[in-house]
Write a protein that binds this ligand. Structure first.
Ligand code: ADP
Length: 399
């Protein structure tokens, strides 16, 4: 019996995994191994209502995967009994090489490695995770790319207005990220009974994936036509620690006048900007606590965050020729009713409104939070990137 997929997400110092049954959508086990390569690693494995948590040294990614496989033996479920049909790897950057999931052979791994200059923060760890897993797990391995859903961006949306020769030679264009989530959520929206009842064709959707990283997409009849992240995940919305959009001349200014190197500016804009740079915290729950306590820096951070979001919704409504559904997803989008209300405030001219009782009712389900009878729907739809990766991997190996 082959019925499950082991989904792996390898970061620079962490390994996240989930054993998924793609047909039922059930996660049979999940785990996180952090602080790989540090003095003491942190290990967490959850299955069937029980949790194993401990600290132990995890010197390398190979060790991390061995630890994870050991946890399946120790705490279950047994991988041998789970019928693992494939391993699905989350890969951040597919560049112009990969616009769909791919079966991982040596050539495909070399292709992912060749994209490291485009994604120096992410692809190296993804490649290491793939190499280690291919050695230890003798089943088909599939890469699912964060960029793939946005391979359909029209040239007008994907092209930066820079010298064409330079852009072509160095792969400078907009790729987009979080594609697995935007694809999963926009498909769930289109299939929702309340959206079907709306009967709009073509269906014009804007999806806001608001987690620690954050991105917006415009989706026309299931096809992505705009997204806020670009060559890298730095462009677009204000994020936990990333600045999102800014004048590129800020980089020259800091290099010339602040004594910063290019790497310093890279770290500044990716790791200590966004909400963290403005308010000192990158976690939305902490930011909300600071706002409630009257902290002025936190209030400004929230205002900048919401202003950017409203601008994007308006711009995407223009790109789509109108909007039928606006959807919130990921950690902040699924849980923070104040952020949702703040984004939609003032967007009544697009037919967008939030019903306070619906917005504030706690729920884990896909749901409509706009009042009955408005011109467009506002929804909350939980994302599930692991399930989406598992389904795509299973689909590829079952062909
Ligand atoms: P990522 O996958 O990008 O790390 P997530 O989608 O898990 O991020 O989202 C993390 C963000 O979600 C954090 O900023 C966290 O504060 C926020 N978040 C989680 N739960 C809540 C909540 N109940 N209210 C507000 N924000 C929340």
């Amino acid at each position: 019996m082959t019925s499950t997929v082991l989904v792996l997400n390898s970061g620079s110092s962490s390994l996240k995994y989930q054993l998924v049954d793609p047909s039922s959508g059930e996660a049979l086990a999940s785990g996180l191994i952090e602080r790989i390569g540090e003095e003491s690693g942190r290990v967490k494995h959850q299955s069937g209502g029980s949790t194993v948590e401990r600290e132990q040294p995890v010197p390398s990614h190979a060790d991390a995967l061995k630890v994870a496989l050991g946890l399946f033996d120790e705490a279950g479920p047994s991988l041998a009994g789970a019928g693992v049909a494939a391993v699905g790897h989350r890969v951040v950057h597919g560049g112009a090489l990969f616009s769909a999931p791919v079966l991982l052979d040596d050539d495909a791994v070399a292709g992912i490695r060749s994209l490291i200059p485009l994604a120096p923060l992410h692809n190296p760890a993804n490649v290491t995770g793939i190499e280690v897993a291919r050695e230890l797990l003798d089943v088909p391995h599939v890469a699912v790319f964060d960029t793939a859903f946005f391979a359909t961006l029209p040239p007008a949306a994907a092209t930066y207005a820079v010298d064409r020769k330079v852009a072509e030679e160095h792969g400078v264009r907009r790729y987009g990220f979080h594609g697995t989530s935007h694809q999963f959520v926009s498909a769930a929206v289109a299939a929702h009974p309340d959206v079907q009842a709306l009967g709009r064709s073509p269906l014009r959707q804007v999806v806001l994936h608001l987690g620690n990283g954050a991105s917006a997409s415009a989706v026309l009849d299931g096809v992505a036509v705009e997204t806020s992240m670009g060559l890298t995940p730095l462009e677009g919305l204000v994020m936990g620690t990333r600045s999102g959009d800014l004048d590129p001349a800020i980089v020259f200014h800091l290099v010339r006048n602040a004594g910063m190197s290019v790497d310093d500016v890279d770290t500044l804009l990716n790791k200590s900007s966004g909400l963290k740079g403005l308010a000192g915290v990158n976690d939305m729950r902490e930011l909300q606590r600071l706002v409630a306590s009257g902290d002025e820096a936190a209030r400004l951070a929230m205002d900048v965050y919401l202003h950017r979001l409203r601008k994007y919704v308006g711009a995407y409504a223009a790109a789509l020729g109108g909007i039928d559904v606006l959807t919130f997803t990921a950690g902040v989008g699924e849980n923070d009713a104040r952020v949702r209300a703040g984004v939609v405030q003032g967007l009544g001219f697009l037919g967008l409104e939030v019903d306070p009782a619906r917005n504030e009712a706690p729920s884990r389900e896909a749901r409509v939070i706009s009042p009955t009878g408005t011109g467009a729907l506002v929804m909350v739809v939980p994302t599930d990137e692991e399930l989406a990766i598992a389904r795509q991997a299973m689909e590829l190996v079952s062909r």
